[in-house]
Design a protein around this ligand. Structure first.
Ligand code: NPW
Ligand code: ADP
Ligand code: K
Length: 493
C-alpha cells in the first residue's frame, strides 16, 4: 500500500512490539534510547538556540530515559540545564536507569519545579506507556507551564495524550514541537491530540523497517500513496461516457443548492457526465443555475425505475438537501437493488437512523459499493453503540462501522478517518479549518461521487476524495466558501 514510510502509523502497543522485536533481533536497546534522546536535544537546540535555560522533566519509564539522554546532551553543549523527575528515580529500570546513571545533572522532584521566563521545557514524563489519567503533580506542572506560556518540546508524545486515541488523559502539555520515533502514532493526528503536538518530527532511530512493517496495522496517514494506483488515467481517446456518469439527487424547491454543489464538484473531480435528478417542483430552480451539469425530473419511485433503465447511470449521490424520510429510504433501497454505487451523505444517512440495519442489509451482498460520509452527529445516528463506547478510538469506530455496513466510511471532522470493511484505515491530515463552512460536506460527497463514476473502488475514492477536498481548500485560502472551493478541485492525473 505504501511506497514511502513517512505515512505509516503505529499504535503505542504495536510500537512496543516493534521495540521488543528489535531487542530480540540483537539490536542494542540502550543505543535506540541514546539516539532518541540525542534527536530531542538536537531539535531543542535547533528550535530554541536562545533559551536561557532548558528544563527537562523526566518520568518513571523509558520516556524519562530519553529525557535523561537529552539532558546530558544539552548539558554537554554548555547550555544551562535543570532536571526534574516525577517519581523516585532510584526505581528506574533497564535502559532508563542506564540513561540516568550517565547523566551528570542532579535532578529534583517535579513538585519543586518553578518554570521561569526564558525557560524551554523538555517534556519526557510519559510517552507511549501512559496508562491512565495523569497524577495531580503532572496536571499541576502542565497548568503552570501553560500559564507561563513557555515553549514545550515533547518527547514522543505530549505527556497526557493517549497515543492510540489522541484523547487527553486528565491534562496534557501543549507542545510547540514533538519528536517521535520511527513512525507517528494515531494520537499525533487524531483530535484533540493533534492540537497538543505542535509540529511533529519523526526521527529514525535505526530500527530496521521490516520490523515496523511486520507489526503494521494497515493504518496510514491519508495521502496519494494510499490510492494513486487506483485513480483514473485520462488518455487521448477518453470519451465522456468512459469517464462515467454521476447522478446527484436534488431536494425540493427550497433545498436545491446542496445538490448543485455536489454535482459541480463531481464534474470538477473528473466525472464525464453529471446529472441533477430533481423533483418536478425544483426543476425550474435547478435549471436556472445549471449549465454543464444536466437536469432530469425524477420525482417518484417509478420515475427512478425508468431512470435506472440506462445502465450507464451507475453512480449516485443522495443526501445533500434531500430531506429525511421514506422517500430517501425507498430511493436508496432501489439503488441498492439495482446494483448501483452510492455516496450516502447528510439527510440520506439520517433517514436510516431508526433502522440502520435496513441500510446495511441492502448493501451487504457485494464488493463495497456504498460510501458513507457521516460527521460526528450523523455517525452517532447510524452507529449509536460505537459512538458511545469510550474505549474506542475514532479509527476503531470507523473500522467497525465500515465492517458493519460493508461500506467505505468517511468519519468526518478536522481529523477525518477513512475506513474499509477489510480493516484498512487512514487518518487525514491535510484539511484546513476553513473547511468548516456550510456546504463543504456537499462538495466532498460530489468529489467522491465523481471518482466512483470513473471506476475508482469505494475505499480509494473515499480516501482520495477527502485528500483532494483538503488540497483544494488549501489553495482556496482562508476565505473559502463551498462555491469557491469547487473551483480549486484538481483532477489527479
Ligand atoms: N519505541 C521505541 O522504539 C523506543 C521508545 N523509546 C521511548 O520509550 C517510551 C515508552 O516507554 P515506556 O513503555 O516505559 O512508557 P513511558 O511512557 O515512559 O511510561 C511508562 C511509565 O509511566 C508509568 N505511568 C503510566 N501512566 C501513568 C500515570 N497516569 N500516572 C503515573 N504513572 C504512570 C508507568 O507505570 P505503571 O503503569 O507501570 O504503574 C511506567 O512506569 C516512548 O514513549 C519513547 O519515548 C525510546 O527510548 C527509544 C526506543
Ligand atoms: N475544523 C476543520 N478542519 C478541517 N476540516 C474540517 C473542519 N471542520 C469540518 N471540516 C471538514 O469539512 C466538511 C464539513 O462537512 P459537513 O460537516 O457535512 O458540513 P456541511 O453540512 O456544512 O457541508 C467535512 O469534510 C469535514 O471533514
Ligand atoms: K512526553
Amino acid at each position: 500500500m505504501a511506497r514511502g514510510h513517512c505515512n505509516w502509523l503505529l499504535t503505542p502497543s504495536a510500537m512496543g512490539e516493534v521495540d521488543a522485536a528489535a531487542a530480540a533481533s540483537g539490536i542494542d536497546s540502550y543505543g535506540l534510547m541514546e539516539k532518541a534522546g540525542q534527536a530531542v536535544a538536537a531539535a531543542v537546540l535547533r528550535l530554541f538556540p536562545g533559551a536561557e535555560r532548558f528544563v527537562v522533566l523526566c518520568g518513571p519509564g523509558n520516556n524519562g530515559g530519553d529525557g535523561y539522554v537529552a539532558a546530558r546532551a544539552l548539558h554537554e553543549t554548555g547550555a544551562p540545564v535543570a532536571l526534574f523527575h516525577f517519581g523516585d528515580p532510584a526505581t528506574l529500570k533497564g535502559d532508563a536507569a542506564t540513561a540516568r546513571s550517565r547523566c551528570p545533572i542532579e535532578g529534583a522532584p517535579l513538585d519543586t519545579c518553578r518554570p521561569a521566563p526564558g525557560d524551554v521545557i523538555v517534556d519526557a514524563i510519559f510517552g507511549a506507556g501512559l496508562a491512565r489519567a495523569v497524577p495531580p503533580a503532572v496536571a499541576d506542572i502542565v497548568q503552570r507551564v501553560d500559564e507561563a506560556g513557555l515553549p514545550v518540546v515533547a518527547v514522543d508524545l505530549p505527556s497526557g495524550i493517549d497515543g492510540r486515541t489522541g484523547v487527553v488523559m486528565g491534562a496534557a502539555f501543549r507542545a510547540r514541537h514533538t519528536v517521535t520515533f520511527m513512525t507517528r502514532k494515531p494520537g499525533h493526528l487524531l483530535l484533540p491530540g493533534r492540537m497538543h503536538c505542535g509540529s511533529v518530527e519523526t526521527f529514525d532511530i535505526g530500527i530496521p523497517f521490516r520490523l515496523v512493517e511486520a507489526k503494521g496495522e494497515r493504518l496510514f496517514v491519508n495521502g496519494p500513496e494510499a490510492w494513486d494506483a487506483a485513480m483514473p488515467q485520462t488518455d487521448a481517446a477518453a470519451h465522456k461516457f468512459r469517464r462515467g456518469h454521476l447522478t446527484v439527487f436534488s431536494g425540493g424547491a427550497a433545498a436545491t443548492g446542496a445538490a448543485r454543489l455536489a454535482a459541480a464538484a463531481g464534474l470538477r473531480a473528473g466525472a464525464g457526465v453529471v446529472t441533477v435528478a430533481s423533483p418536478k417542483e425544483a426543476v425550474a430552480a435547478n435549471a436556472a443555475h445549471l449549465t454543464a451539469v444536466m437536469l432530469k425530473a425524477v420525482e417518484t419511485e417509478s420515475d427512478l425505475a425508468d431512470y435506472l433503465h440506462d445502465e450507464r447511470r451507475s453512480v449516485f449521490v443522495l443526501g445533500p438537501g434531500f430531506g429525511v424520510g421514506a422517500k430517501a429510504r425507498a430511493f436508496v433501497t432501489a439503488l441498492a437493488a439495482a446494483g448501483r454505487r452510492l455516496v450516502l451523505d447528510a439527510d440520506g444517512i439520517t433517514a436510516f437512523a431508526e433502522d440502520p440495519q435496513a441500510l446495511f442489509s441492502a448493501f451487504a451482498d457485494s464488493v463495497p459499493r456504498l460510501v458513507l460520509t457521516p460527521h460526528e452527529g450523523e455517525f452517532a445516528r447510524l452507529f449509536p453503540d460505537l459512538a458511545a463506547d469510550p474505549a474506542l478510538s475514532k479509527v476503531d469506530r470507523a473500522r467497525q462501522a465500515a465492517a458493519r455496513a460493508n461500506a467505505a466510511v468517511i468519519y468526518k471532522g478536522a481529523d477525518s478517518v477513512i475506513a474499509a470493511p477489510d480493516g484498512r484505515a487512514l487518518i487525514n491530515g491535510n484539511a484546513p479549518p476553513s473547511l468548516a463552512t456550510a456546504g463543504s460536506g456537499d462538495v466532498l460527497a460530489g468529489i467522491v461521487g465523481g471518482l466512483l463514476a470513473q471506476g475508482v473502488p469505494a475505499f480509494e475514492a473515499a480516501a482520495a476524495g477527502v485528500w483532494l477536498h483538503g488540497d483544494a481548500a488549501q489553495r482556496a485560502g482562508a476565505g473559502l466558501t463551498a462555491e469557491t472551493l469547487i473551483n480549486h478541485i484538481d483532477r489527479w492525473h
